[in-house]
Design a protein around this ligand. Structure first.
Ligand SMILES: [Zn+2]
Length: 241
């Protein structure tokens, strides 16, 4: 009985900690938008952890074909692996956001202020596209008071969102990912896909398939897909660039 009670308390505690620090909805440590309130049929599709080839380019080709603009929260080490992809995404008119240099959870524990991870990636992105982002998404949507303070110090807007499918990392079929993503879309939604995998490379072919199904369905439903800067009404880059 006591063991069951302890297990329940541990589960509730873990759930509370997850909600506080990692859920898309927690605003306890500062504003971290996961949607906007609107009755217009607009949605922001976002892609984390890239670039990761050939998948990022496959997504970019498809979005270009559909004339859809999105937002790519990119990891510094991945940008250095595929610099031409980042340049192409920027040239195509997508927003490029900061998603840390190394995408390591241990950095939150070792360097809670997280300044280095943010600043260094601002400079990596600047070297490749000539702009410093004004948008930031923390890996695993982690937020803590020190991190939010670091973002404020660097005039960065944190951006949350809803994960397209909770098991996307295991690459269930593109149809399943798309079905889950479409269920979450409302006017003003921010949806998170992963074209990459942390700072590593890996198969994202089912995500590519899911993006095609999702975008086609959204367009059919009359949705307009916009970059985050347009959805939130904020600049994508610093100094209004
Ligand atoms: Zn990530």
């Amino acid at each position: 009985m006591a063991a069951t009670l302890i297990a329940v308390i541990i589960c509730l505690g873990a759930g509370a900690l997850y909600w506080l620090f990692m859920s898309p909805w927690s605003q306890v440590f500062g504003r971290y938008p996961w949607r906007v309130r609107t009755d217009k049929k607009v949605v922001a599709l976002t892609f984390d952890d890239g670039p990761n080839e050939p998948y990022t380019s496959q997504i970019a080709d498809f979005l270009a074909d559909k004339q859809v603009k999105a937002t790519f929260f990119q990891v510094g080490t991945c940008i250095e692996r595929y610099p031409d992809t980042t340049k192409r995404l920027y040239a195509d008119g997508h927003d490029i956001g900061n998603h840390s240099v190394h995408h390591r959870f241990s950095d939150y524990l070792k360097h809670p202020v997280y300044m280095q991870e943010i600043t260094e990636n601002q400079e990596i992105i600047f070297r490749h596209i000539g702009k410093r982002p004004a948008l930031f998404r923390s890996p695993w949507l982690w937020r803590q008071p020190w991190l939010i303070r670091s973002l404020r110090a660097q005039s960065l807007q944190p951006v949350s969102g809803r994960f397209c499918h909770s098991l996307e990392v295991f690459q269930p079929s593109g149809e399943r990912i798309a079905r889950a993503a479409l269920k979450k879309v409302r006017p003003g939604s921010i949806i998170i896909f992963h074209d990459g995998f942390d700072s590593k490379t890996g198969d994202r072919s089912q995500t590519v398939k899911a993006v095609k199904i999702t975008v086609n369905s959204l367009l059919q439903q009359g949705y307009k897909c916009v970059p985050i800067s347009e959805l939130l009404g904020v600049p994508a880059y610093q100094n209004g660039q």
